[in-house]
Ligand binder design. Structure first.
Ligand SMILES: [Zn+2]
Ligand SMILES: [Zn+2]
Length: 234
């Protein structure tokens, strides 16, 4: 499957490639004027991501968080394009946990999901090095496009969301139907709910939410469910 174009106007080019065993959404977010592009959550399959770029210049591989399914093409992108790998510094602990689990069990932490039968032992696709750190409130500059960085802890301590006007990339922080799961070590439900309530649901209702897996939604569609999520506790 090739890239699906989500937005293409005078300011922003945004497209999506679905990669890897957990069907991670890898987003290509770029400046329409200069072509400078960030690959957000390079989950796997660098050749297909690079093909989907269609010649646009990659300036950064941005990790919304450091769960393994969001980072596995980071080193390959850096090697091919010379781009920077960026994340929030609090994700170092998350990646350390992912690697420890892999060493102990010969598999990534799949949570409730089982790996396919006969799946080979994975090789980490990221060396864990951050070329620069994402900071809440300090925009990510892509050509003439300025992308807002929101630190939204909870699913992981250093989870971030990225906003380019009416498009919000939420990683595993917010999906249609609620916040991302918080059953993992280093995850916390009360924290992610506070991030969603205070940082995301206060954005305009028309803002489109593009999560780390599955289909999109909008802030307006999700906002009325906040109290229901709080009651159910996940
Ligand atoms: Zn995650
Ligand atoms: Zn994920």
């Amino acid at each position: 499957m090739s890239a699906e174009v989500l937005r293409c106007d005078d300011d922003v080019v945004l497209s999506r490639v679905v990669v890897g065993p957990l069907r991670t959404n890898t987003y290509l977010l770029g400046c329409a004027r200069t072509g400078d592009t960030a690959v957000v959550d390079p989950g796997d399959d660098e050749p297909r991501i690079t093909a989907a770029l269609a010649g646009r210049r990659v300036v950064a591989a941005v990790l919304t968080h450091a769960h393994w399914d969001h980072v596995q093409a980071a080193d390959a992108l850096r090697a091919r394009h010379g781009c920077l790998v960026l994340a929030h510094p609090a994700e170092s602990a998350v990646w350390a946990h992912e690697l420890a689990h892999l060493r102990a069990h010969g598999q990534w932490d799949w949570a409730q999901e089982q790996p396919p039968a006969g799946a080979p032992v994975p090789v980490p696709g990221w060396d864990g090095h951050l070329d620069a750190e994402l900071v809440d409130g300090v925009p990510l500059e892509l050509g003439r496009l300025s992308v807002d960085v929101l630190h939204t802890p909870g699913h992981t301590p250093g989870s971030v969301c990225l906003r380019a006007g009416a498009d919000l990339l939420t990683g595993d922080t917010l999906f249609p139907g609620g916040p991302g799961l918080t059953g993992w070590p280093l995850s916390d439900f009360a924290t992610v709910l506070a991030s969603v309530e205070h940082r995301l649901l206060r954005l305009p209702g028309a803002v489109r939410v593009h999560p780390g897996h599955g289909p999109a939604t909008t802030i307006g569609r999700e906002r009325p469910s906040l109290e229901e999520w709080r009651r159910r506790g996940w």
